[in-house]
Write a protein that binds this ligand. Structure first.
Ligand SMILES: Nc1nc2c(ncn2[C@@H]2O[C@H](COP(=O)(O)OP(=O)(O)OP(=O)(O)O)[C@@H](O)[C@H]2O)c(=O)[nH]1
Ligand SMILES: [Mg+2]
Length: 208
């Protein structure tokens, strides 16, 4: 993907702090430590989002502004040489990780409320990317968030992260289970597997 620019726009700890930003948004949901920030960095080819082996790293909503290189103009417009269309700006929203048992009760309530309030307020959301840890599978806290995404009628892309940690047949079983139980079409991803990255970018571009 030809990314012209990617930068942190802002960090928000409650929905009241969210800016009025009409750019198309791609949201990244998932349990703490599932690999949201790692996936964002991988897609943006930059170390923008902080990652950590300790769960509970991202406890805020972080907006990353992304400008993609202009797409070539179709032939009819090609009279003006090599201009293309202006680069569309989009927002990647890294949401706080949920379901981490070791944060305080108050903090976990705050995170859940932030996710719910965020979903109620965010404008121009184009895609909800729901990350599931391959080794842990789909848990009750994922179902709770999935229900909120479904209620908002958002298109969903499900990604099984850390697929390097499980066997190919285990991946296949989990993908089948998500499809049969919840109608989710999942893609396996690992920081070590570039083909999945192209597929994820394709789905993001389709959504935008
Ligand atoms: N083996 C492997 N490790 C991964 C992969 N993706 C992420 N990790 C590791 O998992 C840990 C958590 O990754 P993060 O990206 O910080 O997870 P997060 O979902 O942003 O976590 P929170 O911010 O706490 O919600 C880090 O140690 C990463 O290096 C992967 O595909 N394979
Ligand atoms: Mg994170």
């Amino acid at each position: 993907m030809n990314i012209k620019k990617a930068e942190l726009v802002g960090t928000y700890f409650n929905a009241g702090q969210l800016p009025a930003d009409v750019r198309p948004k791609i949201l990244f949901f998932g349990r703490s430590n599932v690999g949201k920030s790692t996936l964002i960095n991988s897609l943006l080819e930059r170390r923008l989002a902080k990652t950590s082996s300790t769960p509970g790293k991202t406890l805020s909503v972080n907006y990353y502004g992304v400008s993609l290189a202009p797409v070539a103009a179709p032939r009819k417009e090609a009279m003006t040489p090599a201009r293309g269309f202006p680069a569309p700006g989009i927002i990647f929203a890294d949401l706080p990780g949920y379901g981490y048992a070791r944060v305080s009760k108050g903090e976990s309530v705050r995170v859940r409320r932030l996710i719910a309030d965020f979903l109620a307020r965010a404008e121009n959301v184009r895609l909800a990317v729901l990350l599931i840890d391959s080794r842990r599978g789909f848990l009750a806290s994922d179902l709770e968030v999935l229900a909120q995404i479904v209620e908002k009628n958002l298109p969903i892309l499900t990604i099984l992260t850390k697929s390097d940690k499980i066997s190919f047949s285990q991946q296949r079983n989990l993908i089948a289970q998500l499809k049969n139980k919840f109608g989710l079409l999942a893609i396996s991803f690992s920081i070590k597997s570039p083909p999945a990255k192209d597929e994820i970018w394709r789905r993001i571009q389709e959504a935008v």
